[in-house]
Design a protein around this ligand. Structure first.
Ligand SMILES: [Zn+2]
Length: 443
C-alpha cells in the first residue's frame, strides 16, 4: 500500500513537503517555507533561530509535522530535496534533525542547504550528495534516484522512489528546456525508460498548466537580454535585477555585458551566497563571474566611481520584487550615493510573484523609478515551470498509473485534472485531487 500525505505545496505554492509511505517505510520529499509568511515573520522578528521552530509552525511558515513525527518519525528513511529554492528547502534547518535520517540532494542543493544550516547555526543532519543518474538504497525494498530536469536554479532533479509497486515520481519544480544555457537538458531517455518499466504515481508541478503551449527556453531570454543590453539601452548605465538563485541567468548577463565591452558588477549578500554555492558545487568556474560586492561602504565607493559614465557598466543587483531593504529599493529611495536619472536604466529580468505584498512593493518601486526618469525594461524573463503542452509530454513519457497534480491551488489543479482526462485519466480512480493536510491511499 502506498500513502501520500500532503503537508504543503498543493493548495498553494510554497511550504512544499510530502510524505510518501511505502508499506510503512516513509520518504519525505522537500521541506520548504511559505515565502509570503516568512517575510511577515521576518518583519516581526529580525533574527530567527531554531528556538523559533514552534512559532514558525504556528504561523504557517514551515510545514506542521508535529503529530506526524510523534506517530511516524521512526519510519522516515530519508528526506529528499528536489532543488535549492527556499519554498522547497528552507524548513530543513528547523525540522530535519529529529528524523535521524539522511538528507539527500544534488551537490548544488546540498551547498545551498549547508549555507542555510550555517545561517541558523544548525548542525546535526547527515547530508548525502547524490548526483543525478545514480541510485541510493534506503532499505531492502526501496531506493531513491534523482533524475536531471531543468528549472530556474542549477542541479534540479525529479525524485524517483523505486518500489515493488513501480516508481513513484515527484516532479516539483520543472520545465522542459531543450537548449538550457547552463547544465544538461532533461533526461528524456531515463523518463521514457521509467515509463516503460512502470510508474505507479506521478506528483506533478502544475504551476503553469493553465498556460497554453510550451514554456520558452532560457536561451530565448539570452536573446532578449542581448537585444536590450546591446541595442535599446546601449548608452545607459544598466542596473539589472534577477533571482539570485538563477545562476544560468546571471552567467548570461555577465557574458553578454562583457561582450558589449561593459564592466559587470554584482552586488548583494544573496547573490554572493548562491554564486558561492554554484562555484563550490562546480556548476560554474570562478573565473567566469566577477567577485560579488557586499557591504554598504564598498558599494558606495564603487557607485561614486560608476556615476556619470553611461554605457560602461552593468550592475547586477537584488530587489526585483521591490522588496524593502533590497539594493534597488535603497537605490531608488536615495539611500546610496548615486542619483538615478535619465542616463540610467533598470532591467527587471524577472516577473512579479503575485502576492499582495510583492505587487504593492513593486508598484512603489516602479513609481519611484519613473519619477526619476529612469528607463525601465520589464519582464525580460521566461518561467521556470512547464506549460500545458509540456505537462502533457511529461504524462506521456512517464505514463503513471496515478497522477496527482501539485502546486498552485484548485485553479491550477482543476486544469491539470482536465488535461489528464483528455489523456485518459479518470478523477478519483487514476487522477487525484490532493490538498494540503490531506492523505491519499493508492493500490
Ligand atoms: Zn522552484
Amino acid at each position: 500500500m502506498i500513502k501520500i500525505q500532503a503537508f504543503g505545496g498543493y493548495s498553494k505554492i510554497g511550504k512544499s513537503m510530502t510524505a510518501i509511505d511505502v508499506d510503512g517505510e516513509i520518504i519525505l520529499t522537500d521541506m520548504g517555507a511559505d515565502i509570503e509568511k516568512l517575510v511577515d515573520f521576518e518583519d516581526d522578528k529580525s533574527i530567527i533561530s531554531v528556538h523559533d521552530t514552534p512559532a514558525l509552525i504556528d504561523n504557517g511558515v514551515i510545514p506542521n509535522d508535529v503529530k506526524f513525527f510523534e506517530e511516524n518519525g521512526k519510519k522516515v528513511k530519508a528526506i529528499v530535496l528536489t532543488h535549492g529554492h527556499l519554498d522547497h528547502v528552507w524548513g530543513v534547518p528547523f525540522l530535519a534533525a529529529k528524523y535521524k535520517c539522511p538528507v539527500i540532494a544534488t551537490p548544488f542543493t546540498i551547498k545551498v542547504l549547508d549555507n542555510l544550516m550555517k545561517n541558523f547555526r544548525q548542525k546535526g543532519i547527515n547530508t548525502v550528495r547524490l548526483n543525478t543518474g545514480t541510485e541510493y538504497k534506503l532499505s531492502e525494498s526501496i531506493s531513491v534516484e534523482l533524475v536531471n530536469i531543468t528549472h530556474s536554479i542549477p542541479n534540479s532533479a525529479m525524485t524517483v522512489i523505486h518500489t515493488k509497486y513501480g516508481a513513484i515520481v515527484y516532479a516539483n519544480d520543472w520545465k522542459l528546456d531543450d537548449t538550457p544555457t547552463l547544465g544538461q537538458k532533461p533526461n528524456y531517455a531515463r523518463m521514457q525508460e521509467l515509463g516503460d518499466k512502470g510508474v505507479h504515481t506521478l506528483i506533478l508541478d502544475s504551476t503553469n498548466v493553465d498556460h497554453d503551449g510550451y514554456t520558452f527556453s532560457e536561451s530565448v531570454v539570452r536573446t532578449m537580454l542581448e537585444d536590450v543590453i546591446k541595442k535599446s539601452l546601449s548608452n545607459k548605465t544598466i542596473f539589472i535585477t534577477t533571482f539570485s538563485s538563477h545562476i544560468a541567468r546571471i552567467k548570461n548577463i555577465v557574458e553578454i555585458s562583457r561582450k558589449s565591452d561593459r564592466q559587470v558588477l554584482i552586488f548583494g549578500r544573496s547573490m554572493a551566497m548562491y554564486i558561492g554555492a554554484a562555484i563550490e558545487a562546480n556548476i560554474i568556474e570562478k573565473s567566469k563571474l566577477p567577485e560579488v560586492i557586499t557591504g554598504r561602504t564598498k558599494i558606495n565607493d564603487i557607485l561614486r566611481y560608476v556615476r556619470g559614465k553611461p554605457g560602461k557598466y552593468v550592475i547586477l543587483c537584488t530587489g526585483h520584487q521591490g522588496e524593502k531593504g533590497a539594493f534597488l529599493d535603497k537605490l531608488a529611495t536615495g539611500q546610496y550615493e548615486y542619483r538615478l536619472g535619465s542616463d540610467d536604466a533598470v532591467i527587471f529580468s524577472s516577473r512579479v510573484i503575485p502576492t499582495t505584498l510583492n505587487i504593492a512593493n513593486r508598484s512603489i518601486l516602479q513609481t519611484a523609478l519613473e519619477k526619476l526618469n529612469v528607463n525601465i525594461a520589464d519582464n525580460v524573463h521566461v518561467s521556470g515551470h512547464g506549460s500545458k503542452n509540456d505537462y502533457k509530454l511529461m504524462i506521456k513519457m512517464l505514463r503513471p498509473k496515478h497522477l496527482i497534480p501539485s502546486h498552485g491551488g484548485m485553479d491550477k489543479i482543476s486544469v491539470a485534472i482536465d488535461v489528464a482526462r483528455d489523456l485518459g485519466y479518470e478523477l478519483n480512480k487514476t487522477s487525484h485531487i490532493l490538498l494540503d493536510g490531506q492523505e491519499l491511499s493508492l493500490e
